[in-house]
Design a protein around this ligand. Structure first.
Ligand code: DX5
Ligand code: ZN
Length: 213
């Protein structure tokens, strides 16, 4: 299991030090939650803070856009050259065009599904993306409770990917901790995002390791 700490729960007053610490503690990716106050009822960070985060990080960035105007935000982050840019299928009218646009800039594109959005929405998209991010909380805030309904979605998506021999990773985001990680792994996830669980612990290495099962 790969682990992507979400900096949403980091100490923003001391962000670069927190980032250095999670990287040294074994993070595989750094998960960056970008919120616009419209798609979700919260606002987070823009390109200048993400640039600083990229500088502090020794692992690739995983940018999760929770925004209405996807193209506008994608353009803000192209220069930073993250590993992944993922955006919500619920918001983008032309997801295949956006996926191609991100890939043309040398970045791996991915689609995000809210908890209520069915995996069947991916039927004609799955072949084009490198990653699918399944939300296991309603997006907008860290520290929420994992929604068990997503376990079935993970296994349905795992079957879809394996049966069609597609190269696409499954990432799960929201409410993940040392107690539910086994179920998430068994269902077939490849990457987990964890914010509160890692940053509220006083030993990042132990909490990250407990997710790497
Ligand atoms: C929620 C964000 C998550 C969040 C996860 O909208 O997409 O990445 O930071 O945080 P925890 O692990 O605290 O649920
Ligand atoms: Zn996220």
């Amino acid at each position: 299991m790969y682990v992507a700490p979400s900096i949403l729960s980091a100490n923003f007053g001391n962000l670069s030090s927190d980032i250095t610490k999670v990287c040294e503690a074994g993070a595989d990716l750094l998960h960056i939650d970008v919120m616009d106050g419209h798609f979700v009822p919260n606002l987070t960070i823009g390109p200048s803070v993400v640039k600083a985060a990229a500088k502090a990080s020794s692992v690739p960035l995983d940018i999760h856009l929770m925004v209405k105007n996807v193209k506008f935000f994608v353009d803000l982050f192209l220069d930073i050259k993250p590993k992944f840019i993922t955006f919500h299928i619920e918001e983008e009218k032309h997801p295949l065009r956006m996926i191609e646009y991100i890939r043309d800039h040398g970045i791996s594109p991915g689609i995000v599904l809210n908890p209520h959005t069915p995996v069947s929405m991916l039927e004609h998209i799955i072949h084009s993306v490198d990653i699918v991010l399944l939300m296991s909380v309603n997006p907008g805030f860290g520290g929420q409770k994992f929604m068990p309904l997503v376990l079935k979605k993970i296994s349905t998506l795992r079957d879809m990917i394996d049966k069609n021999n597609i190269k696409c990773m499954i990432e799960v985001d929201g409410g993940i901790n040392g107690l539910n990680i086994a179920d998430i792994e068994i269902a077939g996830a490849d990457i987990v995002v964890a914010g509160n669980y890692i940053f509220s612990s006083n030993d990042y290495k132990t909490s990250i390791n407990s997710l790497k099962i």
